[in-house]
Design a protein around this ligand. Structure first.
Ligand SMILES: C[S@@+](CC[C@H](N)C(=O)[O-])C[C@H]1O[C@@H](n2cnc3c(N)ncnc32)[C@H](O)[C@@H]1O
Length: 268
């Protein structure tokens, strides 16, 4: 793969095509209706518990994953006067709730929600080691599960919202998050993101491809891009900030953005 001339600090590779990007520069080839169903997503994550159970290495395929987790959990503590109960949406093996408990320095009630039963079991076991509060698990799709209205001081949604599909799905999810928070509560998101401009989107996928190739080689990069195309439908962080405001949130913040990954949040 040929390197092109690029500014210092931004090593570019010869895309598109070579790394799974369309000829016109678009990363996603599949339409929304061709993406994985919740059952398919659950089945994949059922077999991936170990990868999500390490606080330090986190998700290697995610740019700046440990930094983003630290930022959202510290922002949650800084923005929320008292944390009595938290909901971790798409909690995986519980890393983000554990980091939140560590940042807060004392226990609180933890509700953990995930499609995957093995993920939830691992998360509940791990979180119990950090909190003397009540730990409850909710297996299923966040979009259809019932939670207490205004029942939470903090919501975490880490690496999960990219599974939302059309505009209605995104708007409903953000409205639901708003309704679950107590006034003064806050929501914090880390995620894979796309971009409003096709040109910038291509640039950022190229940057991400370079990161993955350096991490694990070209076959690994293709594998990651293939499952993103199959499973994920990310939206721009700018779109998510607008949705937060539309849902009623105030103090909407971007905490971090690097290539195709961003962290943001807001206070109710
Ligand atoms: C990439 S993992 C991230 C796990 C964890 N938040 C972390 O950052 O380590 C995404 C998780 O979200 C779960 N998930 C995906 N869509 C979901 C949905 N609609 N409702 C609940 N959980 C979902 C998956 O089962 C998976 O465990």
């Amino acid at each position: 793969m040929q390197e092109s001339t690029s500014p210092p600090g931004l090593k570019m590779i010869g895309l598109p095509g070579a790394a799974g990007v369309c000829e016109d520069g678009r990363m996603m080839k599949r339409g929304l209706h061709e993406k994985s169903s919740p059952d398919e997503i659950r089945a994949r994550f059922d077999g991936d518990v170990e990868r999500f159970s390490n606080l330090d290495s986190g998700q290697a395929a995610t740019v700046d994953a440990p930094l983003a987790m630290e930022l959202i959990t510290r922002a949650a503590v800084a923005s929320t006067t008292e944390i009595r109960r938290c909901l971790d949406i798409g909690c995986g093996a519980g890393n983000n709730t554990i980091r939140l408990l560590q940042a807060y320095g004392k226990g609180f009630d933890c509700d953990l929600c995930d499609l995957s039963r093995p993920m939830l079991e691992r998360a509940a076991g791990r979180v119990a080691g950090f909190s003397d509060g009540t730990i409850r698990t909710f297996q299923g799709d966040f979009r259809t599960l019932r939670f207490d209205e205004e029942g939470y001081d903090v919501l975490l949604a880490a690496a999960v919202l990219h599974h939302l599909r059309d505009d209605e799905d995104w708007e409903r999810a953000f409205a639901k998050m708003y309704s679950l928070l107590r006034p003064g509560g806050s929501v914090w998101v880390t995620d894979l993101v796309s971009h409003e401009s096709r040109a910038v989107d291509s640039l950022m996928w190229e940057t991400y491809a370079t990161y993955l190739i350096e991490l694990g080689g070209e076959d690994y990069q293709r594998e990651v891009f293939d499952y993103i195309d199959k499973e994920d439908s990310p939206r721009p962080v700018t779109y998510q900030l607008e949705l937060l405001r539309k849902a009623g949130f105030r103090n909407v913040e971007i905490l971090h953005k690097n290539a195709c990954f961003a962290a943001c949040g807001a206070v109710k």
